[in-house]
Design a protein around this ligand. Structure first.
Ligand SMILES: Nc1nc2c(c(=O)[nH]1)N[C@H]1C(S)=C(S)[C@@H](COP(=O)(O)OP(=O)(O)OC[C@H]3O[C@@H](n4cnc5c(=O)[nH]c(N)nc54)[C@H](O)[C@@H]3O)O[C@H]1N2
Ligand SMILES: Nc1nc2c(c(=O)[nH]1)N[C@H]1C(S)=C(S)[C@@H](COP(=O)(O)OP(=O)(O)OC[C@H]3O[C@@H](n4cnc5c(=O)[nH]c(N)nc54)[C@H](O)[C@@H]3O)O[C@H]1N2
Ligand code: SF4
Ligand SMILES: [Mo]
Length: 702
């Protein structure tokens, strides 16, 4: 049944070409969504894609990556068979049956020798909001390991938890209806361009735009106000805005009196953050802080679209808390044009609760991260593997992720992966991580399986849709089918109720009174509920007090700061001046560029043609002082490691700040990042504010 594509039609005038309506899911993550696409298929092969008119978010737009999907799917180096590493480190093709025998044997051995918890399973960005991911978690529980982690170890969950604790849920910005929008460490022009269209329309209607970004991006330059802060100082800036808003009586007194607790304590607390002091910390002039605060607080409804940058800091959780408080005290929660709560669709839950003997890795250090997510914190896996703390991890299965290029301190990650007794990787390509594996499993892509997509988390559009399988799976396997088969071989098949993905989707849709076919008939999605606002007036907020918790007893009880509080980044010219003497630049890594998704596609010629190599961006004047020329090869070093890449001189950056993209094997910036100083509440790494130095490479004296 799942093999039928209900949306496949024949192309007019080209009887041999079929047209299937689908979506591109590549941006899907923290702030990205999906775009509607048409797939043109000839003899079971994808030959072309185009933007699909009428799609509620993308309206016919697709970016170059979306147009290059045929190159991804048909790549000559795409994995087609399971690969097993032999004693000499060479890969040999094996059958699926052999692959299952090998992995089953390895998992049983590990469990018998070290206990079930010594297996960890990590699902990366390719598994975000995918139908197979809850089943991987189910597998982990059935096997008996608490160590199920996702890219949520460094993405999105910090924001989610900060907002859960503050106002009982994560609201999203109702951008189309806002009168003032703050893009806070968010740059959709590169990370999900369809949002630009929404902003342009809101701005045509008169909405103001404030951009908080250390870089003068084109989005920042086109905004009404650009707050060009020092990387990592977001919490201080937010507290400075709160200082002005409260000091000038620009907050919503009625809302605060009725619906917030801890305002009195906040009032005292923000006295430490007058604009002049905040200006010294953040480098944002005091008059701009005042202007931004007045603009945001006096244009109601207003919203904050916070991107990934504030999360990727040692003080990131507090930054998200402070933004949550800003939205609350200005009375922008749950109103049209403000920060709205759109509950995700009520799908049947997959999980069975099975207690595990040992706590998840990271539970002890980051109890609230664990409480709110029930997940292990993957940033601590390398320590567990290398040092056996709190207990050893001996086996790891990596699904849709490339830790060697995307986890902090890649040198340590590589050492750790090398020490495992068993590493399996399921991917489309032989990635840098897959190269280290004992077993590599070829996965089907999004377009070779059935998937549900959901738009509630982008701009609060309660819309659910179906992207039906449009292409045959061939010799590879869908992630879902793999985990079901593995569970069956280990004797848990009966706990995996659906037998096919088609059945699984029908099971998930049941509470909505929908089935597979009905959802498939709505290529632009199905609105699963009416928008409702100010629900708190009847239900209260979903916090222990039923109110917005500006002061959080829960945080206090766990030994954390109960009010949003600024701390210098773990590494900075002020917190670690002794390091800054040798490493004077502030390094921000991984700002998105439209050309790639994280570590993917560097192996594909058309992608390379568009963006050939990684570049370190630095201020032109600084470069002139150091006699560095545009395009010159440089070494960038941190306490952890060294990479070499060419310089790109720019006016966009402060003289002391440098930027390096992530995801490049030839200059892996995560060799420079750190996994020891993490955000104390969430365990998130400081990808956006570290210290580094830059050296010219004298090629004649290597
Ligand atoms: N093309 C492309 N699109 C993607 C992805 C991709 O890899 N490639 N990944 C997807 C995923 S998983 C995610 S999480 C999203 C992320 O997408 P966004 O949330 O838009 O995040 P970024 O572009 O990484 O960073 C946004 C801005 O933060 C700025 N910034 C850097 N350091 C700081 C800081 O300390 N404070 C502040 N306020 N700003 C800072 C950068 O200059 C950048 O312009 O993108 C998604 N979309
Ligand atoms: N320095 C630095 N590091 C960062 C960041 C940063 O800003 N700076 N950003 C962080 C963030 S926000 C994120 S979300 C992470 C993302 O980091 P990862 O989760 O490692 O994401 P990708 O590098 O995109 O790796 C996804 C892999 O999945 C494969 N894949 C694609 N589709 C499928 C599928 O359907 N099934 C399977 N099994 N595999 C598939 C792809 O080929 C690719 O190898 O990176 C983080 N790392
Ligand atoms: S912006 Fe490009 S990569 Fe992202 S979902 Fe749309 S088409 Fe796909
Ligand atoms: Mo992300």
């Amino acid at each position: 049944m799942g093999d039928n594509n209900w949306q496949v039609k024949l192309c007019e005038g080209m009887p041999e070409v079929k047209l299937a309506q689908s979506v591109c899911d590549m941006c899907n993550g923290n702030c990205g969504g999906s775009c509607g696409i048409n797939l043109f298929i000839k003899k079971d092969m994808l030959i072309k894609t185009s933007g699909r008119q009428g799609h509620p978010l993308s309206h016919g737009y697709i970016c170059a990556k979306g147009r290059l999907i045929p190159e991804i799917l048909n790549a000559p180096d795409r994995l087609r068979h399971p690969l097993k590493k032999d004693g000499k480190g060479r890969f040999r093709e094996i059958s699926w049956d052999e692959a299952f025998s090998l992995i089953t044997r390895q998992l049983k051995d590990i469990k018998a020798k070290y206990g079930a918890e010594s297996l960890a399973v990590h699902v990366g960005h390719a598994g975000v909001r995918k139908e197979f991911t809850p089943y991987v978690e189910l597998f982990c529980r059935l096997f008996g390991t608490p160590n199920f982690s996702t890219s949520g170890s460094h993405c999105y969950l910090s924001k989610l938890i900060a907002n859960e604790i503050t106002c009982g849920g994560l609201p999203v910005p109702d951008l189309p209806n806002s009168k003032c929008i703050i893009f806070w460490g968010y740059n959709p022009k590169e990370s999900y361009p369809p949002v630009k269209r929404i902003i342009n329309e809101a701005r045509k209607k008169g909405a103001g735009l404030i951009v908080v970004d250390p870089r003068a991006t084109s989005t920042a330059r086109e905004s009404d106000l650009h707050l060009q802060l020092r990387p990592g100082t977001d919490t201080a800036l937010a507290l400075g805005l709160l200082n002005v808003i409260i000091g000038e009586n620009l907050y919503d007194r009625e809302f605060v009196d009725k619906w917030a607790i801890g305002f009195g304590e906040l009032l005292q607390h923000i006295r430490q953050y007058p604009p002049e002091e905040v200006a010294k910390i953040t480098w944002v002039p005091a008059d701009k802080i005042r202007k931004a605060a007045r603009m945001y607080a006096s244009c109601k409804p207003a919203s904050i679209a916070s991107g990934i940058a504030p999360e990727l800091l040692t003080n990131g959780f507090q930054a998200e808390r402070a933004m949550s408080v800003l939205q609350a005290i200005t009375g922008n929660l749950d109103i049209p044009g403000g920060a709205i709560f759109t509950p995700p669709p009520k799908l049947s839950p997959v999980l069975v609760e099975t207690a595990t003997e040992k706590p998840a890795i990271g539970k002890e250090e980051f109890p609230l991260f664990h409480k709110y997510t029930n997940r292990a914190q993957a940033n601590l896996y390398p320590r567990a593997i290398l040092e056996g703390r709190p207990y050893p991890i001996k086996g790891l299965i990596v699904v849709g992720s490339n830790p060697v290029l995307t986890w902090p301190d890649a040198g340590k990650v590589k050492r750790a992966l090398g020490k495992l007794e068993f590493l399996a990787v399921m991917d489309l390509f032989l990635t840098e991580t897959a190269k280290l594996a004992d077993l590599v499993l070829p996965a089907a892509t999004f377009w070779e399986r059935d998937e549900i997509w959901d738009h509630s988390y982008i701009i609060g559009d309660p819309r659910l849709g179906m992207a039906q399988k449009a292409l045959p799976v061939g010799d590879v396997m869908t992630d879902w089918a793999f985990w079901r088969e593995l569970a069956t071989r280990l004797g848990y098949g009966h706990e995996f109720p659906p037998k096919t993905e088609y059945e699984a989707i029908n099971f998930r849709l049941k509470p909505l009174g929908l089935d597979f076919e009905q959802l498939a008939e709505c290529p632009n999605g199905y609105i699963y509920q009416e928008k409702q606002y100010k629900k708190y007036e009847e239900e209260g907020f979903n916090t222990p007090s039923g109110k917005v918790e500006i002061y959080s007893k829960q945080l206090e009880n766990h030994g954390y700061y109960p009010l949003p509080t600024y701390h210098e980044p773990g590494e900075s010219p002020w917190s670690t001046p002794e390091i800054a003497r040798d490493y004077p630049f502030i390094l921000s890594t991984g700002a998105r560029a439209l050309s790639y998704i994280h570590s993917r596609y560097r192996n594909l010629p058309s992608f390379r043609k568009r963006a050939y190599e990684p570049l370190v961006e630095m201020n032109r004047k600084t470069a002139e002082k150091l006699k560095i020329k545009d395009g010159e090869l440089l070494a960038v070093e941190s306490l952890r490691g060294r990479i070499e890449l060419k310089a790109k001189l720019t006016e966009e950056l402060h003289p002391q700040v440098i930027y390096v993209p992530h995801g490049w094997a030839e200059a892996n910036v995560n060799l420079l990042t750190d996994d020891t100083v993490l955000d104390p509440v969430t365990g998130f790494p400081a990808f956006r504010a570290l210290l580094a130095r830059v050296r010219k490479i004298n090629l004649s004296h290597p």
